[in-house]
Design a protein around this ligand. Structure first.
Ligand code: SF4
Length: 375
């Protein structure tokens, strides 16, 4: 049986993860935004030190692929010098904050994200995958983005902090936001959250304090599709994988002022010229937007199947949400999908209406059988 090597940590630039094509070096742009000059720098560094491929993760991080042990120290020095990575490995590891897209300088999301980032070192030691979202636009947009601590607004525009998995949160003032986060993090640690691993699991075992389950978050907003907006252009990145040539070409053609890396594997090019680049998704109704597929074999050593070719074929069939995973770790999608294929021993298990961890409806299918079955 193919048992994936579940790693209880996330790669960072300081501590990259080995994959089938070399080290993965992760960059988390601050509040998800880079000037176009920084975006070009990322592309240049990926060309110089990696294998020319960049991932865009579902939590709005970038990963330079194919880095060798020999060049990693030089790449790291360059990333720190460019202020794309914090010089302190501990702070860089803790800087797992996803900010609502479309924030503007000086707004609540910007102020909160900056304030939190300055004091992360004061938080207790949390499980390595712990994350924060600052989702304080008029409507929450990041409710399906993996995180443990969620800053959101209530229906009247007030601020709240919600433990992931709880339906309601705690009303807070902006000035007290970090202290409230610190208090919730301490509660998580002191009540055995380390063993639960993630907040969502922990709140099913341990009751939150009553006044932390009171404030009702505003209704979630619509997800943003690729296309042009008044202020710029959103493009989808198929499977979150792009070559440095594609990224450089897009930036040259669209000439944006800034680039936001968005959750759900999209880029927001601010003040961009409208362009259509063949390596990106511009059509808001593109079926590929509903498809997640990890790199699979041979790029990932855990995989026993290739993933993206079959995902592309199945995408055309409009099966709804589709997740093709090279193994049971399920890196590309954390939630359920209409159809999930999980690689195991060179074949696929098929889960309908569930996720990689759910009981499969069919097991041991060849690629041909999958294509026959999912017509
Ligand atoms: S889900 Fe895919 S990328 Fe993640 S470990 Fe498994 S094969 Fe590798």
């Amino acid at each position: 049986m193919n048992v994936p090597g579940i790693r209880g940590w996330c790669p960072t630039a300081h501590r990259p993860m080995m994959s089938g094509d070399g080290l993965l070096v992760r960059i988390r742009p601050r509040s998800g935004r880079m000037t176009v000059a920084k975006a070009r720098t990322v592309a240049d560094l990926a060309r110089r030190f990696g294998n020319g491929l960049i991932d865009l993760t579902s939590r709005a991080a970038l990963q330079i692929r194919g880095v060798t042990d020999e060049v990693h120290p030089e790449l790291l020095r360059a990333l720190v010098a460019e202020e794309l990575v914090d010089a302190d490995p501990d702070i860089e590891a803790r800087r797992n904050i996803v900010v609502t897209p479309f924030w503007i300088a000086g707004d609540l999301a910007d102020r909160l994200a900056r304030a939190l980032a300055q004091r992360l070192v004061e938080l207790p030691q949390l499980p390595a995958k712990s994350g924060i979202v600052v989702d304080t636009g008029t409507a929450p947009l990041l409710q399906d983005v993996s995180a443990d601590f969620r800053f959101e607004r209530d229906g009247e525009g007030g601020l709240l902090l919600r433990a992931d998995g709880a339906e309601r949160g705690r009303s807070i003032d902006e000035a007290d936001a970090f202290d409230a986060l610190n208090e919730m993090a301490a509660w998580f640690v002191q009540t055995g959250g380390g063993e639960s691993g993630r907040m969502r699991r922990h709140v099913t075992k341990v009751s939150l304090p009553g006044n932390w389950r009171f404030a009702v978050p505003a209704d979630g907003g619509d997800v943003w599709p690729p296309g042009c907006t008044k202020e710029g252009m959103i493009v989808g990145v198929p499977f979150g994988a792009m070559s440095v040539d594609a990224l450089s070409g897009l930036l040259a053609d669209a000439d944006p002022g800034c680039v936001q890396v968005m959750p759900r594997r999209c880029l927001y090019l601010e003040t961009a010229r409208p362009v259509a680049h063949p390596a990106f998704i511009h059509d808001p109704s593109a079926l590929l937007l509903d498809v997640a597929a990890c790199p699979g074999g041979p790029r990932c050593t855990q995989a026993t199947v290739s993933t993206r070719p079959i995902a592309r074929q199945l995408a055309e069939r409009g099966l709804g949400t589709l997740h093709v995973s090279g193994c049971a770790k399920g890196c590309a999608r954390s939630g359920s999908a209409d159809v999930t294929l999980v690689g195991r021993d060179g074949r696929f298990d098929l889960v309908r209406g569930g996720s990689v961890g759910d009981t499969a409806d069919r097991t041991g299918l060849s690629e041909t059988q999958v294509l026959e079955l999912l017509r």
